[in-house]
Design a protein around this ligand. Structure first.
Ligand code: ARG
Length: 566
């Protein structure tokens, strides 16, 4: 039901055309507190037109208006405040949620448009970093929210499986590596070689020349280079998959940078044909000064291609393959310039769809306020973080609910869910500090807190199921008490929340909402005996059911599980 529209129509009639309906709609606001009603119309814009005091106008309007869905229309100072009819609102919203279930909040914004989401995209031979974790969970959640609003997301893992770093890695491996060592502990060993390379090349700059030569051999298809590269890639992928399984994230494509090797010539030719390539000290560049950007480096002096060359090929490939309505890149804030350059070069090529490319940046995860860094060896190993989170969750479950049947499974859902939720509850551009104890707490603004509220609702429903409630489809769910009201209003705002989350590419909108709903449900539960038999029993059970449905759906959209008991 569009209540704003109802109010605007009534105001339009009352004002007899003295204010445009569009203006009326824009003027209607949500009061700060529910005590001031559910909607308010400030009369200031009318004072000049009508040459009357706003207070007087408010009185006159309030006297004229009556709307079925509203129990009261009241003038307070210069405002007309509208109070929804609690019983009818409650009845409508609860029936709707229980009829639609997980589909509640679905809406057709996307009209099935395809949306490739470039997400996670870690680099081969390095551990998956906390930045990649952010990209993975933000991208995964955006994909789910897009699907809920009728887009077709395509989750692409643009693996960093090509580039000069492979020259460095091969060089380091040839110098210090051994096959047995790598086989025993691939990611850590490869990282160790890589870190050592960066330490030693300070004193021995010739190492860099060797590394460059190795990368050139790789690009030219040299057998030894290719064999090593394939081996590093498959070992790394195995360890990435372990993490994705733990997180419960799946991909539609693993086309990484190397996938575009045979598509790069076309890009370079296109740029040449348009006369966009310029030579600069032996390298090929595209000048972007009219965009106020540094030139895009397309080919190095030795002919090797670059990160952006591969991204140009990938962008064009995605347009051809998916004919997308939008193309998203969930990549750290530090790459903002790269994506500006990418879009600018495509624009120069005359590809108008470059406007549909959106970089979805995010801030850093810090520890003790310090930036993490692979090169400095200051890394949080995600694999370990997830295991530690699960162990911590298990400890708390042992304390709180030692009888719980499926402890291992629930501990996994809670521990992993906590890490994901902690990431998503912050607006994505914010930096945040990672402190595991804080993340897995059952109280405060955490994933376990929301999961716990859901489990509590489920436990009430299990008890209710044992009573013979005689629920029928036509039962009246007319709650009208203040405690239920806050919960009901939150339930009713779910669609608007989803819409905001998808237009802002901001899962935190959903995460914050779920915290809000969990909190107000806990308050309701503390004040109200749900299962007392009186004439509102069935309505209260319907409210609890609806809360469970919407909490579970909110968590699902974040990529977090909702155990029925914990
Ligand atoms: N592998 C890159 C990194 O770890 C991220 C790739 C992002 N995606 C892209 N199409 N450039 O920094």
């Amino acid at each position: 039901m569009n209540y704003k529209e109802l109010i605007a129509t009534a105001l339009d009639n009352a004002l007899e055309g003295q204010l445009k309906k569009e203006t009326i709609i824009q003027t209607i606001e949500k009061p700060k507190s529910l005590a001031l009603g559910d909607f308010a119309f400030p009369t200031f814009p009318l004072a000049k037109i009508l040459r009357k005091a706003p207070q007087v106008i408010a009185q006159e309007i309030a006297a004229k208006i009556s709307i079925k869905e509203f129990e009261e229309v009241q003038a307070v100072g210069p405002y007309v405040n509208f109070f929804l009819d609690k019983r009818s609102y409650s009845d409508t919203i609860l029936h709707q949620i229980l009829a639609e279930r997980a589909a509640y909040g679905n809406q057709d914004l996307g009209q099935q448009g395809k949306v490739p989401i470039d997400m996670s995209s870690p680099n081969i031979a390095k551990p998956i970093s906390m930045g990649h974790l952010r990209s993975t969970v933000i991208g995964n959640s955006i994909a789910k929210i897009l699907a809920k609003t009728n887009y077709q997301p395509v989750k692409i893992n643009h693996l960093g499986d090509w580039g000069t770093q492979f020259g460095k890695l091969i060089e380091a491996y040839k110098l210090w590596g051994s096959e047995e060592e790598v086989k025993a502990d691939p990611i850590n060993k490869l990282l160790e070689y890589y870190v050592r390379f960066h330490k030693e090349d300070v004193a021995h700059p010739e190492l860099d020349d060797e590394a460059r030569a190795w990368f050139k051999r790789l690009e030219d298809g040299d057998a030894e280079a290719i064999t090593l590269w394939k081996w590093f890639r498959s070992e790394s992928l195995k360890s990435f998959m372990r993490i994705y399984n733990k997180l419960g994230v799946e991909f539609d494509s693993f086309n990484g940078e190397a996938f575009y090797n045979d598509k790069m010539d076309e890009v370079v030719t296109l740029l040449e044909k348009k006369g966009l390539l310029q030579e600069s000290r032996g390298a090929q560049i595209v000048d972007l000064s009219k965009y106020n950007l540094n030139p895009a480096l397309i080919k190095k002096t030795d002919g090797a291609t670059l990160y952006i060359t591969r991204d140009l090929a990938a962008a064009i490939y995605r347009k051809r393959t998916y004919d997308f309505s939008q193309s998203l890149y969930v990549v750290g804030n530090e790459q903002t310039n790269h994506f500006k350059q990418l879009k600018a070069v495509l624009k120069e090529l005359g590809e108008d769809w470059s406007d549909d490319i959106h970089h979805i940046p995010f801030g850093l995860i810090t520890q003790g306020g310090k930036k993490l860094s692979t090169r400095a060896g200051r890394v949080i190993l995600l694999d370990e973080v997830l295991d530690d989170a699960v162990a911590l969750a298990k400890k708390q479950i042992e304390e709180k609910n030692p009888q719980l049947a499926d402890k291992e499974l629930v501990a996994k859902q809670v521990g992993v869910g906590a890490v994901i939720f902690h990431d998503l509850k912050n607006e994505r551009m914010n930096n945040f500090d990672f402190d595991l104890e804080e993340v897995v707490r059952f109280e405060g603004e955490t994933g376990p807190y929301v999961q716990y509220a859901h489990a509590r609702a489920m436990s009430i429903l299990r008890k209710a199921a044992k009573q013979d409630l005689n629920e029928t489809k036509s039962a009246a769910y007319q709650l009208n008490d203040e405690d239920a009201w806050e919960v009901l209003r939150l339930l009713g705002s779910f669609s608007a929340i989803i819409k905001r989350a998808v237009t802002e590419y901001e899962p935190s909108v959903v995460a914050k909402y779920s915290l809000h709903l969990a909190k107000s449900f806990n308050k309701y539960y503390a004040h109200t005996k749900v299962l007392t038999s009186d004439d509102q029993l069935i309505a209260r059970v319907a409210l609890v059911k609806s809360v469970a449905v919407v909490l579970k759906e909110s968590l699902r959209l974040l990529g977090v599980q909702a155990p029925v008991e914990m």
